[in-house]
Design a protein around this ligand. Structure first.
Ligand SMILES: Cc1cc2nc3c(=O)[nH]c(=O)nc-3n(C[C@H](O)[C@H](O)[C@H](O)COP(=O)(O)OP(=O)(O)OC[C@H]3O[C@@H](n4cnc5c(N)ncnc54)[C@H](O)[C@@H]3O)c2cc1C
Length: 606
């Protein structure tokens, strides 16, 4: 293998990240996208009817949207009557959830609008209150696996903030912090830092795929791979439009003239920031994010554990390494088969009668790839001598408890090995490598089941066994990864399903609902979930008769008396919606309310 250049050095850090010309989110397919012709044809043959939100008729919605077009400008409000083309990760449609798990026409907006700045967001919120139209803000709309760009209530108006509010407003190099708008993607922030000459000194944290919004991901409390992998934990100060249209700044930003908005997280009195994550209490228009100063080197490695049962011991070894900060990043342990799905498709394996990969077939591929039943990826930071000492210490710790553990560094693996991509992830360089997984099955979509696990072998082991058995019962392979924090782990399990196969989608939905119930029965809760499942997951957070939801509802009713902002997000419904059939508990393919709204033919002719 050719010698590789360290991703911690300027020569290992590309200035630009390649992507197709159609990379973006769109209501109408981009002219260069492979779906453009199809979208034109379908649009001509069969223009879709517009979904009308609860409490509206086509006529009243039309009046409301004309009013919005007057406020924002006609070109910045468009009806969502386009064909529901799923596209791909690079061409994410704003028309619907492209990884739909219900009918694709279920969670759809009536229209999309593009405010230009905070004031226009505020005006849009005031407009929504006036007309009582539900609205749904997006930063980019790539929340794939959790609902994509779709709103929870059919007929809501989507605010695509990313299109026009996409600037890096400030980079404070000395303090390693930046201030961004919603539309700043990981890939664009990385390139921006390169363009101003600080891309080697200041690193960002990237998740698996860098097309998402730095802000949107943090607001959904997403995770990445560097020491700043807990994205929400590294935000610092926000500007928020409340559900009645006021504009507030949090932390030190609430003081006129303060220079510490992006330097000190708290201000005076209650700390509000957390209530704007995974919630429907405000629209964030600016956010500070900490940047990681280049720590002076990186050493990435992979450890492969031979037996499935080794998971317990592996996590027991990892916990003290995390708590004592021997390992500096958010490392991961993933199932060998999940790792193999980067290189192979399901057709490369022998399946049993349920459609599950046979263990002996998985083992054969694992041996061919020279990995293990579980694989561990981690990064150590600092000068070479420091990381070498740590690496040797870590090897000793594993060998004591799992003697057959195999270790690999970049020089030990072939060029197409994920470890080289991992070196990019852990130094904040965007890569599209995770898209290789989409080749696993035709028309692949992801649905994530993402419970939290204590950082110990017992919890990890019982979860893996329990969820694997349930998934196999439904004919799905358990494809699990533990993203390891200091004291807890995100156990992210990917359902890969064929989104064109209605029966398979139904099965995936039934299975994930069973998993949520299984998890709750042993006190395990999800950290994040798909729109269709948020009512169910919220209900599992049930201590003291669900006191937390009562509190959330009090906040919702006080902050958003008209219930216009993201009704239903995280299972929080405004008073006018509660108990009226909007909640999705399972068993339904589409809610009754959705059926009633079909068939309205709206035209917007300003
Ligand atoms: C193969 C694959 C791998 C993935 N890997 C990861 C991973 O490693 N880590 C990870 O975290 N996720 C991962 N995801 C999930 C998802 O793609 C990312 O989290 C993505 O960053 C979320 O989309 P977004 O950034 O465009 O956010 P958006 O879709 O813009 O927003 C996410 C949510 O926050 C709300 N929101 C957005 N902006 C605002 C705002 N300004 N004010 C108020 N609310 C707002 C939205 O309503 C939405 O509910 C993965 C998905 C796939 C398919």
């Amino acid at each position: 293998m050719a010698p590789f250049v360290s991703t911690a050095l300027p020569e290992g850090r590309p200035k630009k990240i390649e992507r197709p010309p159609w990379h973006g989110t769109c209501l109408y397919q981009h002219e260069t996208s492979p779906w453009f012709e199809e979208s034109l044809r379908l649009a001509t043959e069969n223009r879709r009817k517009v979904a009308v939100p609860p409490g509206h008729t086509a006529k009243s919605l039309e009046e409301a949207l004309l009013d919005l077009a007057n406020i924002l400008g006609q070109e910045w409000v468009k009806l969502n009557d386009v064909p529901l083309i799923d596209g791909d990760y690079h061409a994410v449609p704003l028309s619907h959830d492209s990884y739909h798990i219900l009918d694709p026409g279920d969670f759809v907006a009536s229209a999309v609008c593009w405010p230009a700045n905070t004031e226009e967001v505020s005006k849009t919120v005031v407009w929504a209150n006036k007309w009582k139209v539900p609205i749904w803000p997006l930063s980019i709309g790539r929340n794939l696996g959790y609902g994509g760009s779709a709103p929870r209530v059919r007929g809501s108006v989507v605010l695509d903030l990313g299109r026009r509010m996409n600037k890096v407003l400030n980079v404070d190099v000395e303090n390693a912090v930046c201030l961004i708008e919603p539309g700043v993607q990981y890939v664009t922030l990385y390139e921006y830092l390169q363009s101003i000459g600080v891309g080697n000194d200041l690193w960002i944290d990237v998740p698996d795929l860098p097309g998402g919004s730095v802000m949107g991901n943090a607001l959904d409390r997403g995770v990445g791979y560097t020491p700043y992998g807990d994205h929400w934990a590294h935000h610092i100060g926000m500007e928020v439009v409340t559900p009645t249209g006021e504009i507030i700044r949090t932390g030190m930003g609430s003081m006129e003239g303060s220079e510490c908005w992006q330097l000190f997280r708290y201000g005076f009195g209650p700390h509000q920031d957390g209530i704007f994550t995974q919630s429907n209490f405000g629209i964030v228009t600016k956010m500070g994010m900490e940047l990681l100063p280049n720590p002076g080197g990186v050493r990435v490695f992979m450890a492969a554990f031979p037996k499935y049962a080794d998971l317990h011991e592996a996590i027991e070894v990892i916990r003290p390494l995390m708590i004592r900060k021997v390992i500096g990043n958010v490392p991961m342990v993933r199932l060998g088969l999940q790792d193999a799905s980067l290189y192979k498709t399901r057709d490369d394996f022998e399946l049993d009668e349920r459609g599950v990969v046979k263990p002996e077939s998985a083992q054969k591929v694992i041996e061919e790839l020279n990995t293990g039943a579980w694989v561990f990826y981690a990064a150590l930071y600092g000068p070479d001598e420091v990381t070498l000492a740590k690496y040797q210490y870590i090897q000793e710790q594993f060998h004591r408890r799992i003697p057959n553990t195999k270790f690999y560094q970049r020089e030990d693996v072939p060029e197409n090995h994920y470890l080289h991509n991992y070196a990019r992830f852990t130094t904040g360089i965007p890569t599209w490598r995770e898209l290789d997984r989409m080749k696993w099955i035709p028309n692949a979509a992801h649905l994530f089941f993402a419970p939290l696990s204590a950082n110990n072998g017992k919890d990890a082991g019982r979860q893996a066994n329990m969820f694997r058995a349930r998934m196999e019962e439904y004919g799905f392979n358990y494809l699990g990864t533990f993203f390891i924090g200091t004291r807890a782990m995100h156990h992210v399990i990917s359902f890969m399903y064929n989104r064109k196969d209605v029966a398979e989608k139904k099965k995936a939905l039934a299975c994930i609902r069973a998993l949520i119930a299984d998890a709750a029965s042993i006190g395990v809760g999800e950290y994040r979930t798909h729109l269709a499942l948020q009512d169910q997951v919220a209900k599992t957070y049930n201590w003291n008769n669900g006191a937390i939801m009562k509190f959330n509802e009090q906040l919702k009713d006080a902050l958003d008396p008209n219930g216009i902002l993201q009704p239903g997000r995280s299972g929080i419904w405004p008073k006018d919606y509660r108990g009226k059939g909007f909640e999705l508990w399972g068993g339904e393919e589409r809610s009754n309310l959705v059926e009633n709204q079909d068939g309205l033919n709206l035209t917007l002719t300003p």
